[in-house]
Design a protein around this ligand. Structure first.
Ligand SMILES: [Fe+2]
Length: 247
C-alpha cells in the first residue's frame, strides 16, 4: 500500500473560526478533553534604571579590574560581589531589586515557610565576540541584571518561533532552552525556546535549573551584566550539623 494512503489529514485553524478543526480519516466522537498545564516555567522581568544604582555599578566595573576580566565565566563560582557591597552601595541596591524579584517568584510558585538564603553575585563582562555556552546554575532561583547592553535593538524583548528563527544569528541574545527534555525534537507549537533581547536596566528571574546560553555580541562597547544565584534552604534542614570533607 502506498504510504500516502495510510496518512490521515488534519487541518487546524485558529480557535473560534468556523470549521476550526477538520479531520479526514478519523471520526470525531464528541468527547471533550480537560486541559491541564503541568510543569510551566515561570520567568519574570522588571526594569530599573535608577541612576544612583546604574552609575554606581558602572563605576564599580571601571574601578575593579578583576570584574572586567575576560575569564569572567571561568571564575564565576569563586566570586561573590556581595563581598564588596559595603564599598559599593550600588551592589546592595541591586541585591534588594533582585531579592524582591526572587521573593515575588517564590510567592507566585506558592512556596511558603522559613528559609535561609545564600546570595551569590558575579559579573558577566563580555568583550566583543564573547559568548556563554549552554548551562544552568547550582542554585534554586537565579537572575541577571543588565548594566550595559551595547548597540541598538529593535526586536521585541522576547521572541519565540520555529527552528529557522532559532538558528538565526542574533548577537548578544540570552536564549532560554525548554526544560522539557528533547521537546525540540517534536516541536510543532514553536515554543521550545525563548530568545531574550535584553535592554540596559532590565532584570530577569528564572528557576536555576533552566538551561540558558548567550550568543556572541559584536559591538565595540563591552556588554555588562550581573548574575545572581539564590540558594534557598529550608531553615530546619539548614540547622542540621555539617561536616567538612576534603577529597
Ligand atoms: Fe547563567
Amino acid at each position: 500500500m502506498p504510504l500516502a494512503e495510510e496518512l490521515n489529514e488534519l487541518r487546524l485553524e485558529p480557535c473560534g473560526s468556523p470549521h476550526s478543526e477538520t479531520v479526514h480519516g478519523a471520526k470525531k466522537l464528541g468527547a471533550s478533553w480537560e486541559h491541564k498545564l503541568f510543569f510551566p516555567t515561570r520567568v519574570m522581568t522588571a526594569h530599573s534604571d535608577d541612576p544612583s544604582m546604574l552609575d554606581g555599578l558602572r563605576q564599580l566595573f571601571r574601578s575593579e579590574d578583576r570584574y572586567r576580566d575576560a575569564k569572567f565565566a571561568e571564575i564565576a563560582d569563586e566570586e561573590n560581589m556581595m563581598d564588596y557591597a559595603a564599598r559599593y552601595p550600588a551592589i546592595a541596591m541591586l541585591k534588594k531589586f533582585m531579592w524582591d524579584g526572587m521573593v515575588s517568584w517564590l510567592r507566585a510558585e506558592d512556596i511558603t515557610g522559613e528559609f535561609v538564603v545564600q546570595v551569590q553575585v558575579f559579573s558577566n563582562y563580555s568583550k566583543k565576540g564573547a559568548y556563554v555556552p549552554a548551562h544552568n546554575h547550582e542554585a534554586h532561583v537565579s537572575g541577571v541584571y543588565y548594566v550595559d547592553i551595547p548597540g541598538k535593538c529593535t526586536n521585541d524583548i522576547f521572541v519565540q518561533g520555529d527552528s529557522r528563527r532559532y538558528w538565526a544569528q542574533d548577537p548578544g541574545v540570552l536564549i532560554l532552552h525548554d526544560p522539557r527534555f528533547n521537546s525540540s525534537l517534536v516541536e510543532l507549537a514553536n515554543n521550545t525556546y525563548v530568545k531574550m533581547f535584553p535592554r540596559s536596566g532590565m532584570g530577569i528571574i528564572f528557576p536555576s535549573y533552566l538551561w540558558h546560553s548567550v550568543t556572541p555580541h559584536f559591538e565595540d562597547q563591552d556588554r555588562i551584566s550581573i548574575a545572581f544565584n539564590f540558594i534557598i534552604h529550608p531553615k530546619a534542614r539548614f540547622a542540621m550539623p555539617t561536616e567538612k570533607l576534603v577529597l
